[in-house]
Design a protein around this ligand. Structure first.
Ligand SMILES: [Zn+2]
Length: 182
């Protein structure tokens, strides 16, 4: 993925100048649990995040475009059950050396300050994921809440001792009717 001789700009913190000059593409994945601030909003720490960026130059500034995406566990505010959500945020930023330059980046870019031309990749990705968090996490529909609550009920039901190995009668359509009532 590194093209041409460069002084390890892909080490974290990233050296955005050479990455932009070379049009470097970068894809990294992170365990969600590495993000301490994001973790505070999650119902459990599991999951993975993927960042895909294409570096280029925007006006006079190094820039990147791409996305961050994560599968993460949130607590539904309608039914209070946890669910696995996709956090996704398109990213288009230009890097400035000082805040004062922020207004000079092209309109379609967000300005991000990169002191000395460097950004902490993992910090940057976490920041973008925090922006992608829903204000009020919820299952997509109330029906999903009902399904989640039903599954929870089953999980908590007392276990019956060993089921018979083969069921005497299979009734797939009866089961289907049950499903359709929901
Ligand atoms: Zn719910």
């Amino acid at each position: 993925m590194i093209r041409g001789p460069m002084a390890r700009p892909l080490e974290d913190p990233l050296d955005v100048g050479p990455l932009a000059a070379h049009g470097t593409q970068l894809e990294r994945d992170f365990p969600v649990e590495t993000f301490a601030r994001l973790r505070e909003s999650l119902s459990r720490p599991g999951g993975r995040a993927v960042a895909q960026f294409r570096f280029h130059t925007a006006g006079a500034y190094p820039a990147l475009e791409g996305s961050v995406r994560a599968r993460a566990w949130l607590t539904c505010q309608r039914c209070l059950q946890e669910f696995e959500a996709t956090l996704e945020s398109p990213v288009r930023v230009a890097f400035v050396g000082r805040d004062a330059e922020s207004s000079r980046v092209p309109d379609e870019y967000d300005a991000v300050t990169a002191p000395g031309g460097r950004i902490g990749l993992s910090e940057f990705v976490e920041e973008e994921l925090l922006l992608a968090l829903p204000l009020v996490p919820m299952h997509p529909t109330p029906a999903d809440c009902a399904l989640s609550l039903a599954a929870e009920g089953e999980a908590e039901a007392p276990r019956t001792p060993a089921r018979p190995v083969s069921r005497p009668v299979t009734r797939p359509f009866a089961d289907l009717r049950e499903l359709m009532k929901r």
